[in-house]
Structures are given as C-alpha cells and as structure tokens.
Ligand binder design. Structure first.
Ligand code: NAD
Length: 428
C-alpha cells in the first residue's frame, strides 16, 4: 500500500492537496477497520477520471477553450452522484477528492449511490448568463458519455444552481429526443425538481448542529455562531439556525466578512445580500473582518461553508470555537484534525454535516423516476430522520473505536462500500 504522495503532508507554506487529504482520511479508517489490502487498493483510487477541453463562443465573438472534469470514484452501491463546481481553482485532484467524499457521504447516509464530482475551470463572476449557458450546455454534451439517471447524476455545487441544472437537463433531453428529468437533481420545481432541495444542505447542517448541542447539553440561545461562506449552504444555515434561536454573530463571503458580537439580524442580512450580492456593508454589522479572522473569533460554533483547506497547521491552534460543523467539503486538513482532537474541539465531519443536500437529491431522483411528487413536510421530516439516525450511528462507532466523529463516520461508510465490493467480487 506504499504510496509516496502520502509522505507529503501539508506544511505551513504549501496548501494541502485535497486528494491526498481524502486518501489519508481513507487510510486511517481502513487501518481502524483492518480492511483487506486488496479492498484498500481498490477504494483509495477513483474508478474513472474524464477530462474534456471544449470550445465556447463568447459574447465578443471569440472562441475560448475551457477545461472540465467528471470523475467517478465508485459505483458499487448504485449510480454515481455528485455536484458540478465552477471555479478558477478547480483541479483534477480537487474533483477526485470531492468524488471520493461523495462515495463515503452516500454510503454513510445509506443512499443507494456511488460517488462522483465534476468541475470546470472558469471564473463565473466574469461571464455573462449567455456565456455560462453556452459553457454549461457544451460541458453537459461532453460528459453525456458518462451521465444519466442510471449511471451518474450531477447536482449543484459552488457557483452552480438550479438554472445550471435546467440547462444540463435540457441539453441531455434534446440529445435523447425526450425529457430526462432524473439526469440531474437540484432542478427548478417546474421541470421535476423537489420541494425542499434548495434548503436541504443548510437544513441538514441545522439538524446535526442541534444534535451535537443536545449531546453537549448546550441551549441554542447560549451559542454564538460564525459562518464562512454565504451561498446556498451558508445563507440557509444562517437562516435556519437563527430560527432555532442560535446567535449568528459573523458571516462572510468571497469579499470578506462582518461581525457583531451581539448577534446579526439574519432576515435583514438575507435581504441585504439579495439586494447587493454581498454581506459587506450590512447596516447591522459592527465590524468588517477578513475571512481568516472570522475563523478565529471567540464563538461557540464555527461553520465553514465555502471551500477546502480552511483549517490547517497554520491556524488550527488559534481556533476558539468548541464545535466545528463542516458544511463545506474538506475544510480541515489531517494536521488540523489532529490539533482539534488534542484540544477537545468537536468536529462534525463534512460527509455527515453537508449530507442533507444529497439526501434530498436522492428524494428528487426517486420522485422523477416515479413521476410522483411529495410534499415539503414529508421531505423535511424524512431528511431530519436520516440525519438524526446517521448522527447516532456515527457517534456510536466513534465511541466503540475511541476515535473522532470523522473516523466514526468513515468506519460506517467505508465498511458499507467494502462489504458491497467484496460480495460483488471482481469482474471478470
Ligand atoms: P455557493 O457558490 O452557493 O456559495 C459559496 C460561498 O462561498 C459564497 O458566499 C462565496 O462568496 C463564498 N466563497 C467563495 N470563495 C471563498 C473564499 N475563498 N473565502 C471565503 N468565502 C468564499 O456554494 P455552496 O453550494 O453554498 O457550497 C459551499 C460549500 O458547501 C462547498 O464546499 C460545497 O462543496 C459544499 N456543499 C454544497 C452542497 C449544495 O447542496 N450546494 C451540498 C454539499 C456540500
């Protein structure tokens, strides 16, 4: 199992490679589970990685070539599932890591899916709607070799949204000659989307935060919360946590953050964000702060809801929160994880904390396949039940193995995929 990349953990000067982080997390769980070496070798690599370079006509008439990826880590338990990200820093290793995390997330929540992820290297903030549509449609066409309701089902991620999913669904449907709503989830309601999907990830974050607080004996009204990232996941988390009585004191986006130790008026902040497109300049803020300062505020609960590698060997010792809820994927490097463990900081791992999105995506896929749609109350109650049950199972395994919640979650997830792989056997 020797792999030289594993000997290169993150240092103060080099940001962690997310794929190495994902493999190190898997190796740790495989060691606890005493997993068969053959199974380890299979599960620590992605199954398929697909790179496409494709032309897009821009508004000024020029042609630009974009690079995109679709990676499938595992398909043993069902079709691959995972979002599509648009960002200048998208890389093949980032997409590989995200696809592996999707496999564990789906197995952890016991959804009948494998893991995948996609991404396009681009800066959507500098592109028009028409350019984004052209890029999305051509990318969808390029990856149509892989995606489909039975094989691989994309969803929104950073800088993609229900409109992006509608363009993908329409492109695939035009190529087939009939509507294929189940090819993507996170679609608008009018074309087979699900009630509750836009808020699902933030709702899941809220459910697991409440579960953690109940176990710690904390009252939400006594807990201050800082949230990094105010997109789909961060803003809904802020809204629902405030509704539950938590005091949201700081939030941020790519431009920077705001802080008021007395608490922010979240409904007014959401309105300000809708109007201006950023959290900065909000009248209820007492102080503008940087994204890195937000992570070190004296708060009870910290919720990273932006990108990977936010907690590293550089800042983990300065984090003052007692509970970290990983709404983002991969925000904590293994070195930071060790520091948090030593310092008694509880971390609810990404593969559970943000699993609400894929759970309701599963409900959406089921509804599309049956052409029978459920009410939002039913969706929210099923989601809550799955998140609460999985939290308990993770907690039980963490206690049994005397390890972190992350490793408790990994043990449950990796064992499910390993068992499925073993019983299916090796083809041919
Ligand atoms: P989004 O594009 O809706 O929002 C991202 C937010 O992060 C924005 O507020 C943006 O301004 C901010 N941001 C971007 N770069 C930043 C930086 N360098 N520093 C600070 N803030 C920055 O994306 P999202 O869908 O909310 O996803 C956020 C995270 O949640 C990602 O890690 C994603 O993989 C994860 N996630 C999303 C879903 C989902 O359903 N959308 C599901 C599971 C996990």
């Amino acid at each position: 199992m020797a792999n030289s990349v594993l000997t290169a953990p993150a240092t103060a000067s080099a940001p962690a490679n997310p794929y190495i982080t994902a493999q190190r997390q898997f190796d740790q769980a495989a060691a606890i589970l005493e997993l068969d070496p053959g199974l380890r070798a299979v599960l620590r690599e992605v199954r398929r990685e697909f790179t496409v370079n494709f032309p897009v006509r821009m508004d000024d008439g020029t042609i630009r070539v974009f690079t995109g990826y679709r990676v499938q880590h595992n398909l043993t338990r069902g079709p691959a599932k995972g979002g599509i990200r648009y960002h200048p820093q998208v890389s093949l290793d980032e997409v590989k890591a995200l696809s592996m995390w999707m496999t564990w997330k789906c197995a952890l929540t016991n959804l009948p899916f494998g893991g995948a992820k996609g991404g396009v290297i681009c800066d959507p903030t500098r592109m028009s709607q028409k350019e984004l549509e052209n890029m999305t449609r051509r990318f969808a066409s390029e990856i149509s070799l892989l995606i489909g309701p039975e094989s691989d089902i994309p969803a929104p991620d950073v800088n993609t949204n229900p409109q992006t999913m509608a363009w993908i669904m329409d492109t695939i449907s035009m190529e087939k000659g009939y509507s294929v709503p189940a090819v993507v989830t996170g679609k608008p309601l009018s074309i087979g989307g699900s009630e509750g999907r836009p808020a699902a990830t933030g709702r899941g974050v809220t459910v697991v935060t409440l579960e953690a607080c109940a176990r710690m004996g904390w009252n939400p009204s006594e807990c201050s919360v800082a949230i990094q990232g105010f997109g789909n996941v961060g803003s809904v988390s802020a809204e629902l946590l405030a509704e539950q009585g938590f005091k949201v004191v700081a939030v941020s986006d790519v431009f920077g953050g705001i802080y008021n130790s007395e608490g922010l008026d979240v409904p007014a902040l959401l309105e300000h964000h809708r109007r201006t497109g950023r959290v900065g300049g909000f009248a209820g803020s007492r102080q503008e702060i940087s994204n890195s300062a937000l992570l070190e505020l004296p708060v009870t609960i910290l919720i990273p809801a932006a990108l990977e590698n936010q907690f590293s060997i550089d800042n983990a010792a300065r984090v003052q929160a007692k509970l970290i809820v990983e709404a983002a994927n991969g925000p904590t490097t293994p070195e930071a994880d060790d520091i948090f463990h030593q310092r008694g900081v509880t971390v609810i791992p990404d593969i559970l904390a943000n699993a609400g999105g894929v759970t309701v995506s599963y409900f959406e896929w089921v509804q599309d396949l049956q052409s029978y749609f459920w009410e939002e109350t039913e969706i929210n109650s099923r989601l809550t039940k799955i998140m609460q049950r999985t939290y308990q199972q993770m907690d039980d395994l963490a206690r049994e193995h005397r390890t972190t919640l992350r490793m408790g979650a990994y043990c449950l997830a990796v064992k499910r995929v390993a068992d499925a792989t073993a019983v299916r056997g090796i083809y041919p």
